[in-house]
Ligand binder design. Structure first.
Ligand SMILES: Nc1nc2c(ncn2[C@@H]2O[C@H](COP(=O)(O)OP(=O)(O)O)[C@@H](O)[C@H]2O)c(=O)[nH]1
Ligand SMILES: [Mg+2]
Length: 303
């Protein structure tokens, strides 16, 4: 329930969407480090897997402000109650606006519907488009419809990883900036959806089925062997993230498409959990014996 004067003003929610690994968390971290960001900006982060990787990354980069992680499911399909609870919690705090990172498998139009909530109002959808992977993924027979609907439903597109594909162009009428743009943060924070536009169209029947599984690490592992195992995984595995302990210390692991990064933790703090979240798409026509993670000791599933 709402209490106090802090909650008497309707608080706008800016959605930051885009596919798995597009660069949403990176963008939010950069945004929070800007002096233009007003005090009282709260961040909600929806991680599809059951480890709050993104919440921890944002928390370790930005030292103040309210950050709430919503994990183990996607707020557009399975954990909208968690979003309501988080908004109730924010309603009791002196916040001015909310930035919501959707999960990479979310359809922004559906999350938008959940943001019409007492004390809050959705403001705009910003989609991050990955210049290195967008074209390939948008053509993929499993994930393509979702990838395209995420950009089609946006009010503003932010193109990331442009240095990896400087010729990238997106044939779309939606306003576009790159994540290098000097006016990026003012534009994102100032952007307001045109109220005259109709309701967003959800393309729900086209959504692919995703699964998230977690491998919890119980003893240190050689960096070489984990690198080899992660590189060998099937292309249905769309995203891997988390932390592992190797002979050289704790590493942050990030895999987007075929691009794998294993690097020492930036902040020298040991994460609460050591493990990796794997997000992969499931072909509805194949059975579970074709799980691309067979052989890994996995636990806990979100889908
Ligand atoms: N080269 C490059 N890498 C980026 C850029 N933005 C994000 N990344 C990397 O892409 C990976 C996924 O980024 P992240 O922000 O976690 O994506 P999210 O899953 O959409 O939140 C990380 O390894 C980032 O360091 C960019 O503009 N250029
Ligand atoms: Mg993220």
């Amino acid at each position: 329930m709402s209490t106090g004067s802090a909650s008497s003003r309707i608080k706008p929610i800016t959605l930051i969407g885009g596919y798995l690994g597009a660069g949403k968390t990176t963008l939010i971290n950069r945004l929070l480090s800007q002096p233009e960001v007003p005090a009282g900006t709260a961040v909600l982060v929806n991680d599809f897997g059951d480890i709050n990787v993104d919440e921890s990354l944002i928390r370790s980069d930005s030292h103040n402000g309210t950050i709430i992680g919503l994990s183990n499911g996607c707020i557009c399909c399975s954990i909208s109650d968690d979003l309501s609870q988080a908004l109730d919690q924010l309603n009791t705090l002196p916040i001015a606006q909310v930035i919501l990172e959707t999960s990479g498998v979310a359809e922004p139009a559906r999350v938008w519907q959940h943001c019409h909530y007492p004390g809050f109002s959705p403001k705009a959808i910003v989609a991050v488009v990955d210049a290195a992977n967008y074209h390939q993924r948008s053509q993929d027979k499993y994930v393509g419809p979702l990838v395209k609907s995420q950009t089609a439903q946006a009010d503003l597109l932010v193109v990331s990883k442009i240095e990896l594909n400087s010729c990238f162009q997106l044939d779309s009428l939606t306003p576009q900036l790159t994540n290098r743009d000097t006016k990026l943060f003012e534009t994102i924070l100032g952007w307001q959806r045109n109220g005259a536009q109709g309701a967003y169209e959800s393309s729900a029947p086209l959504l692919p089925i995703f699964s998230a599984q977690t491998w919890y690490q119980d003893s240190p592992i050689s960096r070489y062997s984990i690198e080899a195992s992660l590189t060998a995984l099937d292309s249905s595995v769309q995203r891997i993230k988390g932390w592992i302990e190797t002979e050289a210390g704790v590493m942050q692991v990030d895999k987007v498409g075929s691009s794998l990064s294993i690097k020492p933790l930036k902040h020298h703090t040991k994460p609460r959990v050591l493990g990796l979240v794997f997000i992969f798409h499931v072909d509805p026509n194949t059975d579970s014996q074709n799980n691309p993670l067979t052989g890994w000791a996995l636990a806990k599933t979100a889908s």
